[in-house]
Ligand binder design. Structure first.
Ligand code: CUA
Length: 312
């Protein structure tokens, strides 16, 4: 197996990847071998014992004990090998090493949020150190999603109202694709992210610089949040209508709401819309925005408001 990936497999980026691939290939080539043996045998016997003439009959063989034992015992042994091998790998993937670093994962329509106990949060980008086992404690704010990193060979459903977990240990630095693999609505195919694996030193400095309050000017910090918190998925800044209203010229605009009333977009309306997005929905849009309660702190909401004032 080429660790950099083959036609069939993405590169191997975690400790478990080569084990999963080896088992997969064992099952694959074993199946190919028996497929050829069985179909080849069928064709051969059909030809070998074809009808040759009116009074020529094949001998009447009722059974052959040693042959029957042979073709029962060999496959049974093979099935046991696959079961025991698969079960051991399964256990290994399911038992999180005790010294793992823990990251909280929140899935919602349609992005991922990662929370570190040091205080950093990221959106659609999971940053981890290399050669260290990482435990993800995952839950969903709305529907069922599924966390999948092909290069790590790990996948786990992410459910509302309960936690699921998963662990991996990245074996090389770099960026790896992260996908949602449970159909979760209109934006499912856009619910993609990256896993960024850094060296120990890079990770430590990333964590330190991401955990404190930002010292960017509010409007610039807000612009960064607009990108990093994936607001752009639903709100354009160039006037194009999307899942939600465009942010172009939003501040000070008068909007008609779904209940027929109208409102002028000010600081309070924006803050309210971020924390309780379903309560005052602009006419013509669906109430699909998730709450950012607990995702954005008040400094970040202030920064977003400052940014929205600049989008003209
Ligand atoms: Cu989340 Cu598909």
């Amino acid at each position: 197996m080429d660790p950099n990936g083959t036609l069939f497999f993405p590169e191997q980026g975690s400790t478990i990847a080569s084990e999963v691939d080896l088992l997969f290939h064992f099952v694959l080539y074993l199946s190919i071998f028996f497929f050829i043996l069985v179909t080849g045998g069928s064709f051969y016997f059909a030809w070998r014992f074809r009808k040759k003439g009116e009074d020529q009959f094949t001998p009447n063989i009722s059974h052959n004990t040693s042959l029957e034992i042979f073709w029962t015992v060999i496959p049974t042994i093979l099935v046991f090998i696959i079961f025991i091998w698969g079960f051991k790998t399964y256990l290994k993937m399911n038992v999180t090493p005790a010294n793992s670093m823990e990251v909280n994962v929140t899935a919602q329509k349609w992005f991922w949020t990662f929370g570190y106990k040091e205080g950093a949060t990221t959106t659609n980008e999971l940053v981890v150190p290399v050669n260290k086992s990482v435990k993800l404690l995952m839950s969903s704010q709305d529907v069922i999603h599924s966390f999948f990193v092909p290069a790590f060979r790990v996948k786990m459903d992410v459910l509302p109202n309960r936690y699921t977990s998963l662990w991996f240990e990245a074996t090389k630095t770099g960026e790896f694709d992260l996908f949602c693999t449970e159909y979760c609505g209109k934006g499912h195919s856009e619910m993609i992210g990256k896993v960024k694996v850094l060296s120990d030193a890079e990770f430590a400095s990333w964590l330190a610089s991401s955990s404190g309050p930002s010292d960017l000017p509010p409007a610039e910090y807000g612009k960064e949040l607009y990108k990093s918190k994936a607001c752009f998925t639903c709100h354009s800044i160039d006037g194009t209508p999307s899942v939600g209203p465009t942010f172009k010229g939003v501040f000070g605009r008068t909007e008609e709401l779904t209940d027929g009333s109208s409102i002028t977009v000010d600081e309070n309306y924006i803050r309210h819309s971020i924390l309780e997005p379903q309560s005052q929905v602009v006419k013509g849009f669906q109430p699909v925005m998730p709450t950012y309660q607990g995702v954005l702190n008040s400094q970040q909401i202030d920064a977003l408001i400052a940014f929205l004032k600049t989008v003209k």
